[in-house]
Ligand binder design. Structure first.
Ligand SMILES: Nc1ncnc2c1ncn2[C@@H]1O[C@H](COP(=O)(O)OP(=O)(O)OP(=O)(O)O)[C@@H](O)[C@H]1O
Ligand SMILES: [Mg+2]
Length: 320
């Protein structure tokens, strides 16, 4: 079974300047317990993809179409409100860049985690509170009792991020969506939080989708990576293989942009040329206007994401 199974997903938003095509025919999957990184420049459609599969986008304005959009075997296109609520609670959880958005400022952290637990399982208030304390300890918060009684604004960014992870874990999800979970934090705390996510993923046997700009983050936390550009998947494969021998010119450009490709966590630096305007995407391969090795065919026809080696695929006419 696939935990996440997306085939040919398209997400667009009608805007005055035209139809913004945020995701254009995206296919990806995650197996139970697997960790997948989604990387790509700003605006490539990473967040929209995650929100679409969790059905967190407002529709309208968002328009979602897919041949398949499944979470743990459930067709998310057909799920009604109740099913969606239960999927988001019990099957999937999401952590965001800004932990403030996950918490209500007027309630204590303990109250909010306990309420989430009680929304999923029939336990008493005191049992839920004890479990919340346990979860806070699990995300390596040193004074969990004090944090239980704190309000969100009383915690530092790193603490709040940990508390958000605890809250996400409280529903015991099969898959965790982490959308740029550490970019707001300083580098040392970033490393600690990533390590924590990785450990907890292994401990819970949970699937993970880690969305990031940062190839360093990907290298350290996931098994497999999907490289997105202009709302499409350009390349996918095991992390190490992609780092060692990227097949797609876009991925090569991304990797080339990392000075020395050492362990540091550089942001992706700019590749020459502008990223595509989602309201007026280029014909053919979205990367062709910036591609150093583009051929006439690349402007005319969209290359499909095609397997070329075990566990690897690329959407490029030059890779066969
Ligand atoms: N609600 C919306 N209405 C209109 N356009 C949107 C909406 N949400 C996203 N978009 C557009 O869809 C495209 C993809 O956005 P998305 O947020 O998925 O990018 P991203 O890859 O997550 O980028 P970042 O790395 O900056 O977070 C962008 O062009 C964005 O402007
Ligand atoms: Mg995003």
């Amino acid at each position: 079974m696939r935990l996440v199974d997306i085939k040919d997903l398209t997400v667009s938003f009608p805007q005055t300047e035209g139809l913004v095509q945020a995701v254009r025919g995206l296919t990806l999957h995650v197996a139970p317990g697997e960790s997948l990184g989604i990387v790509g420049e700003s605006g490539s459609g990473k967040s929209v993809t995650c929100m679409a599969v969790l059905r967190l986008l407002r529709e309208p304005p968002a328009r979602i179409a897919a041949e398949r959009l499944e979470l743990a075997g459930v067709d998310m296109r057909k799920a009604d409100r109740r099913q969606l609520a239960s999927m988001r609670g019990s099957v999937a959880a999401m952590i965001f860049q800004d932990p403030m958005t996950a918490f209500d400022p007027v309630f204590t952290i303990g109250h909010q985690i306990a309420e989430t637990i009680r929304a999923h399982r029939a336990v008493s208030k005191s049992e839920a509170m004890a479990e919340a304390e346990d979860l806070l300890a699990r995300v390596r918060i040193k004074a969990p009792k004090a944090v239980l009684q704190s309000y969100p604004h009383q915690l530092s960014g790193g603490m709040l991020q940990r508390a958000m992870i605890a809250m996400a874990l409280s529903s015991r999800p099969q898959i965790l969506f982490a959308d740029e979970p550490t970019t707001a934090l300083d580098v040392t705390i970033q490393a600690q939080i990533l390590q924590l996510i990785k450990e907890i993923q292994a401990e819970y046997g949970m699937g993970l989708i880690m969305v990031t700009h940062d190839l360093g983050v990907v290298a350290e936390t996931v098994d497999r990576v999907v490289v997105m550009y202009g709302g499409r998947v350009m390349e996918e494969g095991p992390v190490q293989e992609i780092f060692d021998a990227a097949a797609h010119p876009y991925t090569q450009a991304l990797l080339g942009s990392i000075p020395g490709r050492v362990a540091g966590r550089q942001r992706l630096t700019e590749i020459k040329g502008a990223s595509p305007n989602p309201a007026h995407p280029p014909s053919g391969c979205p990367f062709h206007p910036r591609c150093p090795v583009a051929e006439p065919r690349c402007a005319a026809e969209v290359p499909a994401l095609a397997p070329f080696a075990p566990a690897r695929a690329a959407a490029c006419w030059r890779v066969a």
